[in-house]
Design a protein around this ligand. Structure first.
Ligand code: PSV
Ligand code: MN
Ligand code: MN
Length: 388
């Protein structure tokens, strides 16, 4: 087994970004079950995100979704985050919730609608200038439902044109992160359906364009760790949207559906050296908590990522290399499984104590009285904006 102390020193520097929208009410298209005490505005979402960081110590940034988190002055929001002990992270654009986008946003056949969508993306870069965010994450719901509905190649041209305009607007320290999704809401073609399409567009754009792997956006059975390994090797992995799924884009708690898959993904990240303190990969969650309480849902998500990371760090890579070089198939597999089957909870508890945190973040949150306080103080919480 690899060195516990070495694993702890990497875990100490790990950072997981929280999505502001995880704290608001969410649901499916059938029903949103409103929870009491949910945030009424972006400031309260930030307060809740800061609470997750206070208990876990590894979630110091929160991602924004525009316009869900639109405020008059983003510098004021940034200061509120700082006062709460966190900072504002990735800006996620939203060109999927306007009637005009029924036939697409940046790939819409109507140039006026394309212009409107592009203007929103450029406005998101203005937001980044104010928040100091490094990354603009783009996900497009664009696509078609029926064969013949639109010209597939023309839509790629329109997409490339919009991405190019956004890329050229970025500052030197800013990046464009392109997210793909197999299907939904479009059911015949998506304009960015897979990592290959995202990768090809990012290659054409340049060094500061990278791919986001949302773990929920693949066909069942897809080998996501292979995609991760490929993108890492090409220097094109920009971000993760972590969540888990049983069927399609369920946005369930990361590591809940398939903790082994999460371990395999993080093993690729760890062995590529991409977890180092200077790593430029954004490890984000993209989740909704439809029926479970949201803040504990986020705490559990963070600890699930930590557990999978700890196991990945415990893989004895020397022994693995020896077994691989010798063609020892079962031996190599056993090295990996030994690490996966290790109970890393004591190691993480120890790490938290060393950091002055309660070793049990879920229990500490439950005992803190925060949940009762927000229920008493906040009446009429907002909908996250997703899945209504
Ligand atoms: C789309 O399914 C997606 O994963 C994108 O990242 C959106 O921005 C996000 O969900 C909203 O939750
Ligand atoms: Mn996502
Ligand atoms: Mn999604």
């Amino acid at each position: 087994m690899a060195d516990r102390e070495a694993a702890k020193s990497v875990l100490r520097t790990q950072k997981i970004e929280l999505p502001s929208w995880a704290f608001g009410n969410s649901g499916t298209r059938f029903k949103v079950f409103a929870q009491r005490g949910v945030p009424r505005d972006p400031f309260e979402k930030i307060a809740d995100a800061a609470r997750v960081h206070a208990h876990t110590g590894v979630a110091p940034t929160v991602a924004l979704h525009i316009p869900w988190d639109q405020v008059d002055d983003f510098q004021v929001l940034g200061r509120a985050a700082k006062d709460a002990g966190i900072t504002l992270g990735t800006v996620n654009a939203n060109v999927f919730q306007d009637d005009d986008y029924m036939l697409g946003s940046v790939t819409n056949p109507n140039p006026a609608i394309r212009r409107k969508a592009l203007d929103h993306l450029l406005a998101c870069v203005d937001v980044m200038d104010q928040t100091g965010s490094r990354d603009l994450k783009l996900w497009f719901s664009d696509g078609t439902n029926y064969p013949g509905q639109d010209n597939i190649r023309a839509r790629q041209d329109r997409l490339a044109e919009a991405l190019d305009a956004v890329y050229r607007r970025l500052g030197d320290d800013q990046r464009l992160i392109l997210e793909y999704k197999l299907f939904e809401p479009a059911f015949y073609t998506m304009d960015v359906p897979d990592w290959g399409t995202a990768f090809a567009h990012c290659l054409q754009l340049g060094d500061r364009a990278k791919v986001c792997v949302d773990t929920g956006h693949h066909a069942p059975g897809t080998n996501i760790e292979f995609i991760v390994a490929f993108l890492l090797r090409a220097g094109k992995l920009g971000a993760f949207d972590f969540n888990s799924r049983f069927y399609a884009d369920d946005d369930l708690i990361v590591g809940a559906a398939d903790p082994f898959q999460l371990f395999r993904i993080l093993f690729e990240v760890v062995t590529a050296g991409a977890l180092a303190e200077d790593s430029d990969i954004a490890f984000m969650l993209d989740q909704c908590h439809n029926i479970e309480p949201k803040i504990p849902g986020q705490i559990r998500s963070v600890t699930n990522v930590q557990e999978a990371t700890a196991k990945a760090l415990l893989v004895d890579t020397d022994a693995l290399a020896v077994a691989q070089a010798a063609g020892d198939v079962l031996g190599a597999n056993a090295v990996l499984m030994d690490a996966y089957n290790t109970d890393v909870r004591p190691l993480l508890a120890e790490l938290r104590e060393e950091q002055g945190l309660d070793p049990d973040p879920m229990g500490a949150y439950a005992r803190s009285g925060y949940a009762e306080r927000i229920v008493a103080e906040r009446v009429g919480g907002t909908q996250a904006g997703w899945g209504a």
